[in-house]
Design a binder for this molecule. Sequence first.
Ligand SMILES: NC(=O)C1=CN([C@@H]2O[C@H](COP(=O)(O)OP(=O)(O)OC[C@H]3O[C@@H](n4cnc5c(N)ncnc54)[C@H](OP(=O)(O)O)[C@@H]3O)[C@@H](O)[C@H]2O)[C@@H](O)CC1
Ligand SMILES: Nc1ncnc2c1ncn2[C@@H]1O[C@H](COP(=O)(O)OP(=O)(O)O)[C@@H](O)[C@H]1O
Ligand SMILES: [Mg+2]
Length: 282
Amino acid sequence: MKSSIPIDKAAILKRYKPIDAHTHKGIQGHALLVGGSYGKIGAMTLSSKACLKTGCGLVTVFIPRCGYEILQTANPEVMVLTDVQEKYISNIEFNFMPNAIGIGPGIGQELETQNALHEFLTNDKRLLVIDADALNILSQNAAWISLLPDKTILTPHPKELERLIGKWNSNTEKFEKTVAFSKLHHVIIVMKGAPTFIIDGETIYENSTGNAALATAGTGDVLTGMITSLLAQSYEPIDAAILGVYLHGLTADIALHKTGYQSFIASDVISNIGKAFLSLEK
Ligand SMILES: NC(=O)C1=CN([C@@H]2O[C@H](COP(=O)(O)OP(=O)(O)OC[C@H]3O[C@@H](n4cnc5c(N)ncnc54)[C@H](OP(=O)(O)O)[C@@H]3O)[C@@H](O)[C@H]2O)[C@@H](O)CC1
Ligand SMILES: Nc1ncnc2c1ncn2[C@@H]1O[C@H](COP(=O)(O)OP(=O)(O)O)[C@@H](O)[C@H]1O
Ligand SMILES: [Mg+2]
């Protein structure tokens, strides 16, 4: 494997942009998160809350109808658009100009959802984060990967990565195949794991934060919200990916002495994002 660039606090401080005292919510970016299906609306509740808590000025979610009251009740700060379908997404429609879009948490793999993703990728060329079942849909329809805008951020866990690039026989081969995929499609790959690597063509970054407390449902959905938030706030895609992964891991390092490994949950990532940001100011 090619040597990787460590992402530590010094590397982060070169990329981190402190908040301007005169900013307002209109400048802080408007993110759109698309996902959810019956039984998996929680993925969107988590990712949209994380998106707000990472500093985005406005957050809108696009979800199936069954999630409307759940989202509005759980996260009153988030705006909600709904699909015509009750239980899954069938047609991604919105009437505003988001600065960045995150798509996939809990979205499922219904055929109509697959078609909606295809339609969306054909017509929309905005900054994009792709996660979870949206990645699985791309794996099943490999030709659609060419529709992704350059510098789209993909956030696969190991199984999703395998579905995307095929099996590997060694760690070296895993990196070779991921780098080749990144170069071929001009995408950034957040290779989630312990640790997480961020791959941008030939360049490999290795994150230094995070621990096994993150091995719990929904932490990846939260990461998608965080990276989409930074993208909407005008961070370059590679910086949004690196800073998002670093802060996400840092929340678990900060919380560990209170929660231990076992009782840390995805909501604890969200409630510690503030402390993670504050640690950058010291
Ligand atoms: N509250 C909600 O609404 C939630 C909703 N969610 C939503 O659910 C959808 C399905 O997502 P998902 O990731 O659970 O399913 P899937 O893609 O089949 O992968 C699972 C398999 O992958 C593997 N694997 C995973 N991690 C690995 C690792 N680190 N290292 C190694 N292997 C690893 C592992 O395979 P195994 O080892 O068992 O062979 C495991 O069985 C998705 O849309 C998501 O957003 C969830 O976020 C939960 C909370
Ligand atoms: N043992 C571990 N050490 C460090 N980070 C971990 C560990 N296990 C999981 N994570 C992190 O937790 C997140 C899990 O993402 P994912 O599998 O997509 O979860 P979900 O789909 O349930 O939201 C990733 O950011 C991954 O790097
Ligand atoms: Mg996931």
